[in-house]
Design a binder for this molecule. Structure first.
Ligand code: ADP
Ligand code: MG
Length: 679
């Protein structure tokens, strides 16, 4: 690709110092420079004087009313003054150090000047004359620059680059797709993005640029997938079908249709040569754990070890107990490895893992320590996968000879994320809850009405319900947070003890204490569990039916949904009570949404919208890749179309060999690294 190989240093005026400055923006080649698009445009619509705001930039249109006068002052400094008549008012316009602009003002002619408005003096400090000259559009592009380089310098360089090389800009999107969606050629995109002559040209270029950006990104993902398809070095786990079927028959419940479908998808991946990289999404309570257990069992019957990694000790412990109950009767050996074990315990278990004496290992991130080696790890489950970093997931994967991976998440993944961040994974969804579940009833009250909640909890306790009470982290200081939880703990004791037992669980407790509190709650020895957010993910105590959340506005929507998902896990009616004093419209809206829907998918979409409506920071926090032109949330329609086209293209032309895709292929091979950095 020619332009990618030409360094910016070929441009006149780019010496070593300027080169460093340009490179600090991530620009190396002429190609980079041409595709370094402005992040916004100055609003250059003509304004009437009435709307002019002091010290803001405006575009005024008027008739030149006096001859321009250039006055010199100081060393090499000068000032150009000219009066223009705007809406019958004579406005003084001053330009500093641009004497040549004199020629643009001829008495009686119409002129438009862009500049900074001074309300007191009724005067304009001019920045730009908008004429009919083609080089000066009526729209001003604004680039993100840093201290080492000026806007103006950058604009000039881009102009030079465009003038010299515009004929070498080749379009990467295959013509058929370009025609189908009426997209501009790349040369026109570059021109329209940098130097639009009007709003419309800018719009058209932007739309094409967005499509192009999304399309190339999605092609990057598709090429990863295509490679995975071609790779035949995945493990073939030839599992024992009868054994697995018997296990299913002996379960106390039937799998839901959705669970059955997902189990089939996983097992067929496992027994094939392809490497499995699958994301299992299912709303809280949809029963992902049992799916994982079935898959792990299958893997063990094929002669491999299986591991499941959970984000917290409490969750790992709970998984260990449940999985042991299910699998030890079948003569499988289940072990647990966490960070809180003694060195001796750790060493014994690590030895058993290395010797292959343990078939299924449950653990926290302790599993990825160097001291842990598997005999033959064939299958990995990553529970609550969004709680782990990419590197942690990768580290576990590297513990085996290319094990199949099942990543599970209860946080529903909006389509936006599914086709970007997780685009390289196959996605399975459990889209139904086990039968007999009643939707959780959610109420929101303000803190002054807290007595209502006490009354409600009392009634529920009399009905033998178990209750979670959650308080958020409210300060940087763990001491203050704990204090908050302790105050609530005291209050519940005052109200309900000794008839009911109140337990306290918080992050700073030693792990064995946490475990024993959780065990007591599971065994119904504790009726009310007051806790900081340690129970947020995964915990499964089906008898608990009431969730009270203090300061609910301090949590994100998805987090609240997760917390609420700790109840409603059996067939009893469950309740969630949110205590919050929302201080603005959005906060209020969030409480209302929670009371009206229990659909995690809807909530996740809303969450993303509320946080990320346009700003980059928002999308960063949401785990979306960083796009330069398009915004995956706002421009979702374009993103989705681009995704479909990319997928189709790879379907028709797996290795990208057709002549019409030649430029694209070259481009992908050059940009591959860059495109691949989305995770
Ligand atoms: P999550 O998807 O949130 O991780 P779990 O796997 O913890 O959900 O399952 C929630 C509860 O539902 C557990 O108590 C589990 O035993 C139960 N469960 C799972 N599948 C079914 C089913 N098909 N029918 C009835 N109960 C089920
Ligand atoms: Mg779970």
């Amino acid at each position: 690709m020619k332009l990618q190989e030409i360094p910016v240093s070929v441009l006149p005026g780019v010496g070593p110092k300027r080169l460093t400055a340009i490179e600090s923006l991530g620009i190396k080649s002429i190609y980079d420079l041409l595709f370094y698009f402005p992040f916004r445009y100055e609003d250059m619509e003509v304004k009437s004087l009435e709307d002019a705001v002091d010290q803001e930039k405006i575009l005024l249109k008027g008739i030149v009313a006096s001859d321009p006068v250039v006055a010199h002052f100081g060393y090499k400094k000068n000032r150009l003054n000219v009066r223009i008549l705007v809406e019958n008012e004579s406005i003084m316009v001053t330009f500093f150090n641009q004497p040549w602009l004199k020629d643009k003002f001829e008495t009686g002619n119409e002129v438009a000047v862009y500049g900074k408005w001074d309300q007191n003096r009724r005067a304009l400090t001019g920045m730009k004359v908008i004429g009919d000259s083609h080089s000066e559009g009526a729209i001003d592009s604004v680039y993100s620059v840093n201290k080492s380089i000026h806007q103006k310098t950058l604009v000039n360089l881009i102009k030079q680059a465009f003038d010299t090389y515009h004929q070498d800009i080749v379009s990467v999107i295959p013509i058929e797709i370009r025609t189908k969606y009426q997209l501009l050629e790349d040369e026109q995109i570059v021109k329209g993005m940098h130097f639009p002559k009007d709003e419309q040209e800018s719009e058209v270029a932007r739309r094409s640029a967005k499509f192009r950006e999304f399309f190339l990104f999605e092609c990057g993902i598709q090429s990863v997938k295509a490679k995975d398809r071609q790779d035949n070095d995945g493990l073939v786990e030839d599992y024992n079908r009868e054994f697995v079927q018997e296990f299913l028959n002996d379960l106390p419940f039937d799998l839901t249709n959705a669970q059955t479908k997902v189990v089939d998808e996983i097992l067929s991946d496992m027994s094939s040569k392809h490497h499995m990289n699958r994301l299992l999404q299912g709303d809280v309570g949809s029963g992902k754990t049992i799916v994982a257990v079935i898959a792990m069992l299958a893997s063990v019957t094929a002669g491999f070890q299986a591991a499941i990694m959970a984000p917290t000790e409490i969750l790992a412990q709970q998984h260990f107990e449940k999985i042991s109950n299910l699998l030890t009767p079948l003569k499988l050996r289940v072990g647990i490895l966490t960070g809180s074990q003694t060195k001796k315990e750790h060493d014994t278990i690590a030895q058993n893992i290395a010797d292959g004496k343990i078939n299924v290992i449950v653990g926290t991130h302790a599993l990825i320590q160097d001291s842990v080696n598997f005999k033959n790890l064939g299958f990995i489950v990553i529970d609550e996968q969004h709680r782990f970093g990419v590197n942690q997931r990768k580290a576990l994967r590297e513990k085996g000879p290319n094990p199949d991976v099942l990543a599970m998440t209860a946080t529903p993944i909006p389509r936006t994320l599914a086709i970007t961040t997780y685009g390289d994974m196959d996605v399975s969804r459990i889209d139904e809850l086990p039968s007999g579940r009643k939707p959780i009833q959610t109420y929101w009250i303000r803190s002054q009405k807290v007595e209502q909640m006490y009354r409600f909890v009392k009634k529920q306790l009399e009905d033998h319900a178990q209750v979670y009470v959650v308080t958020p982290l409210i300060s940087e200081s763990e001491k203050i947070d704990l204090k908050n939880a302790e105050l609530i703990f005291d209050k519940f004791n005052e109200l309900f003890a000794p008839k009911y037992k109140i337990g306290l669980l918080h992050g700073q407790m030693p792990n064995d204490e946490k475990e024993s509190v959780m065990d007591d709650f599971s065994a119904q020895k504790i009726d009310v569990l007051v806790s900081t957010t340690v129970i947020e993910v995964g915990v499964d105590v089906p008898n608990a039916t009431v969730m009270v959340i203090y300061d609910a506005n301090r949590f994100g929507l998805s987090q609240l949904h997760q917390l609420r998902g700790r109840v409603g896990r059996g067939d009893k009616q469950s309740y969630c009570i949110l205590i919050a004093d929302p201080k603005n419209e959005i906060a209020l809206e969030r409480m209302k949404i929670l009371t009206t829907t229990t659909d995690g998918f809807v909530l996740a979409e809303e969450d993303l919208k509320m946080r990320g409506s346009g700003d980059l920071l928002g999308s960063k926090q949401s785990g979306l890749p960083d796009f330069k032109v398009g915004n995956p949330i706002v421009d979702f329609n374009i993103l989705e179309t681009a995704q479909q086209e990319a997928e189709q293209l790879f379907k028709d032309d797996d290795a990208i060999e057709k002549p019409e895709n030649k430029v694209l292929k070259l481009f992908l091979s050059v940009e591959f690294e860059q495109l691949n950095n989305f995770d």
